[in-house]
Design a protein around this ligand. Structure first.
Ligand code: SAH
Ligand code: SF4
Length: 358
């Protein structure tokens, strides 16, 4: 089988080795790297500093990226765009770009096709796991938005690995992709502007804490007692709250960095003052911040978002424990921007493929 090499899967070193194996000098690998990540070209003809023979060899053996856009939705306020991409094996993945008034341009990208963790309220969890994304497939999503923003005279400033999938289940590709996004000779996104979110895989959180970098960490908590958390996040049976918090504490002590906990507020489920008190006690004294996100309803789960009075009472309770928190309205709720929702929607309209518009 002669599968084409996806150049985004290759590090700078691997690009150098590839061109050398074809009889070209190593510096040609560096030039290709620049064309890919600095100039963000999408065709070999655009790599004008390369000899024609190398461009032809590349066209015969390699390809620039794996993604084909199959659907796109814009939020009514125009500040969020969500895209659905098809991969060569027909897997579908979603990526979202959020534009904020303060100038931040944040890409929310996927790390897996589907997810094995089965969180009950999550559209991706409801699909089950298909496969890990390659490093290149993770990077390409951010590159896609960066290219678009540059055309508009703008720049991608932040990346959150909070799309489809559990990033720390695909640990090596996720970390390689984060380093590629950070690479100063490429996309050059600061490490503190790249956040990885995990459902709470304890060994991987500890491993992440031991890495020498400044990437940011978020943990999805969603409940403060094991009984309730296990009912929402099945992985809690394997890694219960106590172990997750111990790992979080290890991360904060090891890195000195503040971390984030995510909490989807579900009406009548995890939005009571008792839950807020439990959470307050759990997190008191830990260098952290809680993001409260009213649930984004999904087809496979009949919970609904908390009403504003409950949200406020929850916040005030956390405040009384000195636990920093913010309520985040989920961006692009009118375009199914909760992870996995556009794919679910498109598959429902069986057989219809929206065409690419970008
Ligand atoms: N797998 C990782 C990252 C992807 S999910 C994780 O679980 O952390 C990103 C965030 O969206 C998580 O906090 C997840 O719990 C949350 N989420 C998933 N479905 C949601 C929904 N329907 N409403 C609100 N938040 C949701
Ligand atoms: Fe997977 Fe995160 Fe969804 Fe849970 S919330 S199923 S870990 S993507």
């Amino acid at each position: 089988m002669s599968a084409m090499t996806n150049l985004y899967d290759l590090s700078l070193e691997a690009l150098r080795e590839l061109v050398q194996s074809w009889g070209f000098p190593a510096y040609r690998g560096k030039q290709i790297h620049e064309w890919l990540y600095k100039h963000k070209v999408i065709a070999f003809e655009q790599m004008t500093s390369l000899p024609v023979a190398l461009r032809e060899k590349l066209a015969a053996e390699a390809k620039i990226g794996n993604m084909e856009q199959v659907a796109e939705q814009h939020s009514s306020d125009g500040q969020t765009v969500k895209r659905l991409f098809r991969l060569p094996d027909n897997q579908l993945i979603e990526s979202v770009l959020m534009e904020y008034d303060d100038g931040r341009r944040t890409a929310c990208i996927s790390t897996q096709a589907g997810c094995a963790m089965g969180c009950v309220f999550c559209a991706t969890g409801q699909m089950g796991f298909a496969r890990h994304l390659t490093t290149g497939e993770i990077v390409e999503q951010a590159l896609h938005f960066a290219r678009q923003l540059e055309r508009e005279g703008d720049r991608l400033s932040n990346v959150v690995l909070m799309g489809m999938g559990e990033p720390l289940h695909n640990y090596d590709h996720t970390l390689e992709a984060m380093h590629a996004l950070n690479d100063p000779t490429g996309l050059n996104i600061g490490q503190r502007h790249i956040t990885v979110s995990t459902v709470g895989l304890v060994p991987q959180i500890r491993r992440f804490a031991d890495e020498d970098n400044e990437f940011k960490l978020a943990i999805s908590l969603h409940a403060a007692s094991d009984e309730e958390r296990s009912a929402l996040l099945p992985i809690n049976k394997r890694f219960p709250i106590r172990e997750v918090i111990d790992a979080a504490r290890y991360y904060v002590e090891k890195t000195g960095r503040r971390m984030t906990f995510e909490w989807a507020l579900i009406r009548g489920e995890n939005d009571t003052v008792e839950q807020a008190q439990k959470l307050g006690k759990l997190l008191q004294g830990l260098l952290c911040h809680v993001n409260l996100i009213p649930l984004n309803p999904t087809g496979g789960y009949d919970g609904s978002p908390s009403d504003p009075a409950r949200v406020q009472a929850f916040q005030e309770t956390l405040d009384s424990y000195g636990v920093a928190n913010t309520v985040r309205v989920r961006r692009g709720i009118d375009i199914q921007a909760g992870c996995g929702q556009l794919k679910t929607e498109v598959l429902k309209r069986k057989g219809t493929h929206e065409t690419a518009t970008a």
